[in-house]
Structures are given as C-alpha cells and as structure tokens.
Design a protein around this ligand. Sequence first.
Ligand SMILES: Nc1ncnc2c1ncn2[C@@H]1O[C@H](COP(=O)(O)OP(=O)(O)O)[C@@H](O)[C@H]1O
Ligand SMILES: [Mg+2]
Length: 233
Amino acid sequence: MSAPIQAGAKVALRCEGLHRYLGQGEGRVHVLRGVSFEARSGQVTAIVGPSGCGKSTTLYLLGLLDQPDGGSIWIRDQLMSNSSDLDRTAARCEHIGFVFQFHFLMQEFSALDNVMMPMRKLGRLTEEAMVARAQSLLKDVGLGEKGHRLATQLSGGEQQRVAVARALANQPAIILADEPTGNLDVKNSGLVFDLLTRLAKENGQAVVLVTHNPDIANRCDEIRPMRDGEFVK
Ligand SMILES: Nc1ncnc2c1ncn2[C@@H]1O[C@H](COP(=O)(O)OP(=O)(O)O)[C@@H](O)[C@H]1O
Ligand SMILES: [Mg+2]
C-alpha cells in the first residue's frame, strides 16, 4: 500500500504521554514511558518493536480495555482516559473493533452468531437487520457459505477472517489488531491483512496493527517503531 499519509485526514484516535506500570511490589515495571500516538481515518498504521517493548499494553489502553497511570486518550475528540467504566465500555462497543492474535471466537457458536455478538451488545438493529449485516460481512471475508458452521468447524485462517468480520460489525471508526496474522501461514496472513486494510479503506476506518511481519508492516501507510515503552522518535 503506497498511499501517502493524508495530513488532512481526520484523527480518529489520539493519545498523549501515556504511562503504565504493571506488576506489584518488587515486580512493578514501568511498562509505558510517555507514549504519544495518533491514528487517522482511512490510514493503516503498523506498530513494530521487540517482544516486551509495550505494544500490546499500548493497544489495550488505546482500546479502552485498560486505564493509564498517566496521560490522555481521545476517541475522535472525546477525552476518554478519565471516563467511567460505563462510558468507556459504551465507547469501545460503538467506536472500536478488536482483532487479536488468537481470534477468541465463541467456539460453541456459529460464525454468524459470532459476527452478530457486537451488534447485539450495541442493540441498535433488529434481529433481521443483524442477520443480514452479519451475512454480508461474512461474504466480504469470503465466508458467505459458511455462516452456519460452528467456529470449531472452521480452519484457523477462516476463524481469523470471522474475527475480522466481527471487528467490523458495528462499523467502528477504529480497528485495533494485535498480531492479527501472527498465528497464520503466509497465504492466510496476506488474505487477512488485505481484507482488513481493503475494508478499512473503503469505510474510512483507522487501522492500528501490531505486527512482527516486515512484509506486512511495509504495506502499511505508516510504521511506528517502539522500544522500551516509547515510540522511537
Ligand atoms: N502483569 C504484569 N506484571 C508485570 N509486568 C508485566 C505485566 N504484564 C506485562 N508486563 C511487562 O510489560 C512489558 C510489555 O508487555 P507487552 O505490552 O505485552 O509487550 P509486547 O506486546 O510489546 O510484546 C513486558 O516487559 C512485560 O513483561
Ligand atoms: Mg504483545
């Protein structure tokens, strides 16, 4: 992907000076040491860096799954880092889609039900509309015929594609992906990455993904290297 960074594109997600300590007592570690970052609509940003440098911790904070010990996070223009659990959960449900390395599908549910899960949580569509949207998303990820299969009846690559469809379910402004292809072979990695980025571009979503794969990082609009709990200047 060679699209230049659009300076004018809307900032969907921004954080400034994030600090995070993890662990207790002697084991307490200063994991994030002033992380500042922004992600723009329609752009794909790769976060890269050695294991343990704080990539997942950063993504969890940006996704409002965890709270920083210092610093600020804005979703669009709304300051979220000081909001209540209830407000952060609501914002996450509406504006953020997650894809993890291990897809975390509900194994005993069908692909269709897994994709409908975030829509049920948001509660804005009728049952009929949710089914139709989930079917259309599964078609987008090449699984139009397999919606009724249980997650356990799908291959690893197929399950990860269901996870992509699920992340897109509520048309979130922001998609966060933590090593989404880390568990897949080359062919499926390419497939999942292409899907994520193509759909995000079409919908004007901001995509932030953590990856160890240089081929994938090089196909993003921007690469942000991290080291020892900070972005490298
Ligand atoms: N609960 C915890 N207690 C202490 N240290 C932790 C805890 N969770 C993560 N860490 C440390 O925080 C650092 C960053 O972790 P992480 O964000 O998962 O790194 P990355 O995703 O870049 O591999 C690591 O050094 C890890 O050991
Ligand atoms: Mg990690």
